[in-house]
Design a protein around this ligand. Structure first.
Ligand code: FAD
Length: 470
């Protein structure tokens, strides 16, 4: 029982009896300001985001999520949904409102006979990889093991298997969703197919996904890792990368990063992952990338896929300050390469990075409206990713990302990867949905007409903002 209270969207404090009745109704813990666990529960990966929710419900079941949605609706409370808490814009947090926190709902069940995996909505990529690996299987996810499957899948999802098997959202078979009306729905090709279409790339706009059913693939050992060259080689490496990707097999995904080594030395990293089964073939395919001069480090080798999935984890620790700007460019022309190399010189924190990713492959051959993920035909993705620890540097670091992003604009497609957007980039959200945006607005009107789920890469059902959900 608690005497604390929190405010609804009109700024009125809720009577504590009502909060206590809600706390008794759910299996999960309702954590409020002053509770022992509040400080830990209100923090997410990005320390730049510092918010004070009215309460955090650590849900234990779908019934808890339903109760939370109904409680928030009945009391006109702002809600945020937390999966892995990895969204760089902090979309899983809010001030005053209720956090529907799924971080205890991380169950994973593999069906090896069917090659499918059932995953609860708060699991991380690492939770899933660990279980699928036991069966020699893998789901195409992102590249950091601590990222949540929830936000990543709903926003698209790109990683080491993207070229061979497509983005994560293309590999979802069905979902259990708690909609804004508190009703539990199945979304699949056979049930609520329009909702299924919207959830695969439409972000958190259409409800709380309590479980995902994924298609998995036989990926167990891969050939990959990290090759690090001096930064002075960046121009040549990026040009080689461009030519290399033109003919690279779809078994191979390669990213390039302009980064710093742990001692602060500017460097150029190539990160390849071959998932084609025959590792000797993978070694041959990657060989040209290992002969671009004298590397500072060459740690490319045969690896369990789970090791590849966490190889970059230490570069993105929880609790640092992060701000991202990103863009797609129309090809990696010499001019683009020059701009990137020049802008990278402005990175003053050794933790920062400038990441260049190329997808293409099987996902890129599908129609743009195959589902809501609208960037499957985009070319090179550029991420300006300052990371620092001292709050006094906030403005300088954020300004670097903005200036670097501006410098690349003459070459940008105008599209964005939904998952990489920072807070407040509403125009970019619309651009990320591209030609799928009008249909998404229609479906938002159908499934969430009052914009109950608004703290996400938001699709506004109306041109005017509503504040009440009653
Ligand atoms: P959260 O912050 O918990 O949630 C993000 C959004 O999704 C919120 O709006 C939330 O409400 C909604 N949401 C989360 N779970 C659910 C759910 N179960 N039901 C309904 N809504 C939900 N993306 C890639 O595609 N590939 C990568 O390789 C990649 N690497 C990354 C590395 C790092 C270090 C970080 C910080 C991010 C990375 N991302 C990557 C981006 C990432 O996919 C997005 O930030 C994504 O939103 C994170 O999902 P989450 O569940 O962890 O986030």
């Amino acid at each position: 029982m608690t005497d604390a209270s929190f405010q609804n969207r009109e700024g009125k404090a809720l009577p504590s009896e009502r909060i206590n009745a809600f706390a008794e109704q759910v299996q999960g813990d309702l954590i409020q300001p002053g509770d022992r666990d509040y400080e830990e529960a209100r923090h997410i990966w990005n320390a730049l985001v510092d918010k004070y929710p009215g309460a955090i419900l650590k849900c234990r079941s779908t019934a808890d999520v339903v109760a939370a949605v109904k409680f928030a609706r009945d009391n006109n409370i702002l809600v945020a949904v937390r999966g892995g808490g990895h969204n760089v814009g902090g979309r899983s947090l809010c001030n005053d409102g209720l956090i529907i926190d799924l971080s205890l709902m991380r169950g994973v069940h593999v069906d090896p006979a069917q090659g499918t995996v059932s995953v609860q909505g708060g699991a991380t990529l690492g939770d899933v990889d660990r279980e699928t690996h036991v069966h020699g299987l893998a789901v195409p996810f992102g590249v950091i093991s601590k990222t949540g499957v929830g936000g990543l899948t709903l926003g698209g999802g790109v990683g080491w298997l993207v070229r061979k098997y497509g983005p994560t959202c293309d590999n979802v078979l069905s979902m259990e969703v708690v909609s804004a009306d508190g009703v539990v729905r199945t979304a699949s090709a056979g049930e609520n197919p329009d909702l299924f279409w919207a959830l695969r790339g439409g972000g958190g706009n259409f409800g709380v996904v309590t479980s995902f059913l994924y298609q998995a693939y036989p990926v167990s050992a891969v050939f990959g890792g990290l090759i690090v060259y001096p930064r002075a080689a960046a121009r040549e490496i990026l040009r080689t990368y461009r030519a290399f990707m033109d003919t690279a097999p779809e078994d191979l995904t390669v990213y390039v990063g302009l980064i710093s080594t742990p001692d602060g030395t500017p460097a150029t990293a190539i990160i390849p992952c071959w998932s084609g089964g025959d590792l000797a073939e993978g070694e041959r395919a990657i060989a040209p990338l290992r002969k671009l001069g004298e590397p500072l480090m060459d740690a490319v080798q045969a690896l369990p896929f789970t090791a590849m999935q966490s190889i970059l984890d230490d570069a993105f620790p929880a609790g640092t300050r992060n701000y991202w700007k990103s863009a797609f460019v129309k090809g990696l022309s010499d001019d683009v390469v020059d701009v990137l190399v020049e802008q990278a010189k402005g990175m003053t924190s050794p933790l920062s990075g400038l990441l260049i990713e190329y997808y293409g492959g099987v996902g890129g051959r599908k129609a743009n409206d195959a589902n809501a993920f609208a960037q499957r035909h985009s070319d090179y993705s550029i991420g300006f990713m300052p990371q620092w620890t001292d709050p006094a540097e906030d403005d300088a670091q954020i300004n670097w990302a903005k200036a670097a992003w501006k410098a690349i604009q003459p070459y940008a497609t105008g599209g964005y990867l939904l998952n990489y957007l920072a807070e407040g980039e509403q125009e970019a959200v619309k651009a990320a949905f591209g030609s799928n945006y009008p249909r998404l607005v229609e479906l938002k009107r159908k499934y969430d007409p009052t914009n109950f789920f608004s703290l996400n890469q938001n699709i506004q059902p109306d041109t005017w903002a509503r504040t009440s959900h009653k």
